[in-house]
Design a protein around this ligand. Structure first.
Ligand SMILES: [Zn+2]
Ligand SMILES: [Zn+2]
Length: 102
C-alpha cells in the first residue's frame, strides 16, 4: 500500500516543508523557509496571468522527464522579454530622431 505522504518527485516521506503542485495536484518537497536547509523537489513562481504564486513539481517542470509544461512557460517568458526589448528600442529611436530635429 502506498502511503499518501510521499513526495511525487523523489518518493521519500514528506516533511512540513512541502507544497502542492498546481499542475498535477501532488505534494512535493519544497523549502518554505530559506534559513532552514530543506529539500527542493520543485519550484514556485508568480504567474503573470493570475498574479498568484503557483507551485510546480520537478516532474511537471520537466526536470526529471520530458514534459510540455516547462517549454510553454519558457516560451512565454521569452516572448515577454522580446516585447520589452522591442519597446525600449522603439523609444530610444524616437528620442534620437527628436534630438536630430531640434
Ligand atoms: Zn522529494
Ligand atoms: Zn506536478
Amino acid at each position: 500500500m502506498m502511503p499518501d505522504d510521499v513526495c511525487i518527485v523523489c518518493a521519500e516521506p514528506l516533511t512540513e516543508n512541502r507544497a502542492t503542485c498546481n499542475q498535477c495536484g501532488a505534494d512535493f518537497h519544497f523549502a518554505l523557509r530559506i534559513d532552514v536547509p530543506a529539500k527542493d523537489c520543485g519550484d514556485a513562481w508568480i504567474d503573470d496571468e493570475v498574479q498568484a504564486l503557483v507551485f510546480g513539481c520537478n516532474r511537471c517542470l520537466g526536470r526529471m522527464e520530458p514534459a510540455g509544461e516547462r517549454r510553454r512557460y519558457a516560451r512565454r517568458e521569452q516572448t515577454g522579454a522580446r516585447a520589452v526589448a522591442r519597446a525600449r528600442r522603439g523609444r530610444r529611436a524616437r528620442e534620437a530622431r527628436g534630438d536630430d530635429a531640434s
